[in-house]
Design a protein around this ligand. Structure first.
Ligand SMILES: Nc1ncnc2c1ncn2[C@@H]1O[C@H](COP(=O)(O)OP(=O)(O)OP(=O)(O)O)[C@@H](O)[C@H]1O
Ligand SMILES: [Mg+2]
Length: 346
């Protein structure tokens, strides 16, 4: 059955050619392989990473044709790139954590609500039943201690690894625990990288379903190093609806694309405001920009979060809305996003 299925798949793929080398995607092509298990089809094609954009239509068309085989339950086509790894900083995924999924929460622009999202998303995942950790990678402006309502100094265990502090059942690690949130960090690049590495390898994270990384704003060295040196399952981009934030969000998407980290989706934060007097929806910064951006980049649009006074108060007081008001419509938005991304990851 499986051999017949593989035969049918190759009969389809041999009609397609690698858009760069112009070689047919058939059994003789060494860069191309097909495996199947119980009707689930995994295809991999080795490419040179700088050419990734040229494969877009091939992937869409080939996936569509293979999906027409009646025995095909799922089709997954992965582009892999071995040649590129030589050029990468710290190519051997030197930051390692035993987590099934590692997700970076990013934005191009500062202050758009990344940390608020990262914390509530982590709590939403915990509510669903996952084992979750949150790593505050914002060395210069750590927010996780405040937003998770936690302080203290992590202790080292017998393996000389730091034991993360725990809040609402979530393991937390932040530079803020080690140097205090109000002490300015005046470290230069290599020290920042070392500190980030310590937060992965030097911490006893244990086994996790999800490690959520709250990234600093922008697309600088810290973000790039993390994207390249840790085994990220993907990133979630937070943007507000204004053009200035969207332009920066685009830079974030491009950065992750360049280092082949999948963008799992975009969230529009501060999307609208519901007035408590008139119950009307006001689109203060206009609305829908992030959704359009997601369409343009062909990434998922994960949802809209309103500007909400309670969300701000609870976050800033260290009681995420998914904890303080678990039945609220806001908590439901976070849980829906968590479920959607989880579904896309499996
Ligand atoms: N949807 C929202 N409604 C109301 N307030 C919000 C919302 N999202 C975030 N905030 C508030 O906006 C401020 C900035 O949010 P946050 O710290 O999460 O942004 P950030 O993108 O992580 O910032 P930075 O780039 O500095 O790390 C916080 O006071 C937070 O409580
Ligand atoms: Mg932040």
């Amino acid at each position: 059955m499986s051999d017949q299925l593989i035969e049918k798949i190759y009969n389809i793929t041999k009609k397609y050619k690698d858009p760069v080398s112009n070689v047919a995607l058939d059994k003789d092509n060494k860069s191309f392989s097909v495996i199947t298990k119980n009707g689930n089809i995994s295809i991999s094609l080795s490419i040179e990473s700088q050419n990734i954009d040229k494969y877009e239509s091939l992937l869409t068309n080939m996936k569509k044709s293979i999906n027409e085989i009646k025995e095909a339950l799922s089709v997954n086509i992965a582009l892999t790139s071995e040649k590129n790894s030589k050029n990468e900083i710290g190519s051997e995924k030197r930051f390692s954590v035993n987590a099934k999924n590692i997700i970076a929460v990013a934005s191009g622009k500062g202050g758009v609500g990344k940390s608020t999202f990262a914390v509530n998303y982590a709590v939403a995942l915990k509510t669903i039943g996952f084992k979750v950790g949150i790593l505050d990678a914002d060395i210069y402006g750590p927010s996780v201690p405040r937003m998770m309502g936690i302080s203290g100094r992590p202790q080292a265990n017998e393996n000389k690894k730091l034991i993360p502090l725990e809040s609402y059942g979530i393991k937390c690690m932040s530079i803020g625990f080690l140097i205090g949130v109000d002490t300015p960090t005046i470290w230069r690049g290599p020290m920042v990288m070392k500190a980030l590495e310590q937060m992965f390898n030097g911490v006893e994270w244990g086994e996790l379903d999800y490690l959520i990384i709250d990234l600093p704003p922008g697309t600088g060295d810290a973000q790039l190093t993390l994207a390249q040196s840790s085994k990220l399952s993907g990133s979630i981009i937070i943007s507000t609806p204004q053009d200035v934030a969207l332009i920066d969000a685009r830079k974030g998407i491009n950065m992750f694309n360049r280092v082949q980290v999948p963008v799992l989706g975009i969230v529009e934060n501060m999307s609208y405001f519901i007035c408590s007097n008139c119950d009307e929806r006001h689109e203060i910064f206009s609305n829908g920009g992030a959704r359009k951006e997601a369409e343009k980049f062909q990434v998922s649009f994960l949802g809209e979060l309103p500007i909400d006074k309670n969300l701000r108060i609870h976050s800033d007081e260290g009681r995420p809305i998914c904890i303080s008001e678990p039945e609220s419509y806001l908590a439901k938005i976070y849980i829906d996003i968590a479920k959607k991304v989880h579904k896309d990851l499996i």
